[in-house]
Ligand binder design. Sequence first.
Ligand code: SF4
Length: 174
Amino acid sequence: MDKMDKIVELINKINDFENIDEFIEAKQIKVSSIVTAPWVRFKCKYACKNYNTNLDCPPYTPTPEEMSKILECYDEAILVQCMDSKETTSRIVRDLEKIAIGMEFYKAMALGAGSCKRCKSCNLTNCINRDTTRPSMEACGIDVIQTAKNNNYEMVKYEDDERTLYYYGVVLLK
Ligand code: SF4
């Protein structure tokens, strides 16, 4: 099976996951469509209450510049879209990462959505759930809105006075 077939198989595996009512779609994307930007870290530092509260948020996570270098180590990715659930988004990409490593994508790495809330209070020294928690895309300096747009997705939809929020996670592959 070639790499592209394996990625299709990976995406299809999501259908076997449990409790993923909020899952909408996953698609293969090029890592070159993933955008990092300095303003993301700037917003984290001065406009987010989660800054410096857990190890999966800045200042503990890669800067946009560091993340840009990390992205150069990858070429393909799976972008996962869910409706109104950061938790489901993060769980799906984490589980996909594990399967991907078993399929010989040994560099596979997942980035989820939202700040880590797994512990009542993060110890800020050594993550006690590192096997099952991953930082979010935005915590690593990724401009999620532009990345979604680059792949024909949106972050928010207004319809009949209803607002729907979408969350994204990604699995980086090589
Ligand atoms: S799982 Fe717990 S220890 Fe690890 S980053 Fe999240 S809050 Fe911190």
